[in-house]
Design a protein. Structure first.
Length: 153
């Protein structure tokens, strides 16, 4: 399913950044990209995201993004990443995960950093390097389910 997810994510390239949106070609944020890929693969989303600020600086505690991902996606060890995996990032040390994207290419001799597709604040859905800055912030990865998970609508 990862290959299908990655193919769908590539269709979102150039979609303008729009906070809390999830419409290919019209606008999305990082979570909206993952939500849109989910809908393309499985239909209805398994749960609605809670409201969140553009900077994800909610006052609440916990790991809402990480916890939601763990409910619906199989975990992937960071040592075994595969193209198409959903990646979660902490933007600050000891802060909850607040950014996500899809791994689009593993590092190789030609591109030692690998690449990811994500919605870039203030710009659009882009494919960019998964360099040292991002790699230091990567905290979790998830594969796409082989089929719609039990309990999803």
């Amino acid at each position: 399913m990862n290959a299908s997810a990655l193919a769908e994510a590539r269709l979102w390239l150039g979609t303008p950044y729009r906070h809390q949106a999830s419409v290919r070609g019209a606008g999305c944020d990082c979570l909206g990209l993952v939500r849109g890929v989910w809908r393309a693969l499985y239909g209805v989303e398994p749960e609605a995201p809670p409201p969140y600020r553009p900077d994800w600086a909610e006052a609440g505690r916990g790991e809402p993004l990480l916890e939601a991902a763990a409910r619906w996606f199989p975990p992937r060890p960071l040592s075994g990443l595969q193209p198409g995996d959903v990646l979660l990032f902490r933007m600050q040390a000891r802060a909850p995960a607040r950014h996500c994207g899809l791994l689009s290419a593993l590092p190789d001799a030609r591109d030692p950093h690998g690449r990811m597709i994500h919605a870039y604040w203030g710009r659009a859905v882009v494919e960019s390097w998964l360099g040292a800055w991002w790699s230091r912030r990567l905290v979790a990865a998830f594969a796409w389910p082989a089929s719609q998970p039990p309990g999803a609508p």
